[in-house]
Design a binder for this molecule. Sequence first.
Ligand SMILES: [Fe+2]
Length: 306
Amino acid sequence: MLATPAPVSLASALLPAQGWKSSRSLLWRGKRRTCSRKGNSSLIIAKFELKPPPYPLSALEPHMSRETLEYHWGKHHRGYVDNLNRQIVGTELDGMTLEDIITITYNKGDLLPAFNNAAQVWNHTSFWESMKPGGGGEPSGDLLELIKRDFGSFERFVEEFKLAASTQFGSGWAWLAYKANRLDVGNAVNPRPSEEDKKLVVVKSPNAINPLLWDCNPLLTIDVWEHAYYLDFQNHRPDYISIFMEKLVSWEAVSSRLEMAKAQVANREREEERRKRAEEEEQMPYSEAVKMYLESDGDGDDSEAE
Ligand SMILES: [Fe+2]
C-alpha cells in the first residue's frame, strides 16, 4: 500500500553528523524541492508545542490510567515534539505546517530523518482527541449512515477496526479514515472521481505511518504501540482495544473530523476545477491564433496583420 521508495536514497545526504554546525550544508535535495539550512539560523525557532489532551490526565480513569497518560503524553509525545524541533530548527522545514513536513519527509517511502517524529506528533494529537471521558457507544447522524453504507453495520465496522488494531504486527496504529479516491495504489489520482468513490475505510499502519500519506483524511485512531497500553493492560492488546471502542471513543470528534474532511475534499475539487478551466483558457488564444493563421495563409489579404 505504501508508495514505491525512491530509486536513489536521499537520506544518506541528510543531517550529516559532522560539519553540521560549520556549514550551510544541504539537508536534502529532491527533484522538485530543496531543503537547506537558512542563512541566519539565529532568527529561527522551531515552534511545535506539546498540545495537551482535551481533558485532565486522570479523566479517562479507570479505563486509561493517569500514570499511562503521564508517561505516554508527558514523556513519549513530548519526546517526539522536542526531537522534531531539534531536527528542523534552522532548516527550510522550520515554519512549514506539520502536515507538509510529514508529506515531504515521507519522501516516497525513503524516510527522511524528521519523518518519524513529525508523524508521531500528529498521530498522538489525533489519538488524544479521539477519546473523551465517558466515551464509547455509537455514533449518529451522517457518520453512522456512512458507516452503515460502507461496512454494512456499526457492529461490522467495530469488528473490522478491532481486527486491524489487533493484527498490526509490532508498533503502529489503526485508523478509520475518509477516502476520497477509490484507487488503492499509493497516492495515485483517480482520473474519473465520483461521489461513490468517497468512502470510509479501516486501515492499519506500522510505526509512525498515517493515512495522510495515502490521500486519506484520518477520522479515528488508536495507538497500538506497547507504550500505549502496557501499564494498564500488560500484553493484552485486545482488551485495550475493546475498552477503547466501548468506553473511550469520542464520536463527536470523529463526526467533526468527517465534516472537515468533506469540506476539504470539496475545496480541493473546486480548486482542481478552477485550475482546469484556467488551463483551458490559456490554451484557447493559441488555438484560435493557429486557426486564424491557417485560414488566412496564402489568400493574399494582408488586412489581418494591421
Ligand atoms: Fe504512542
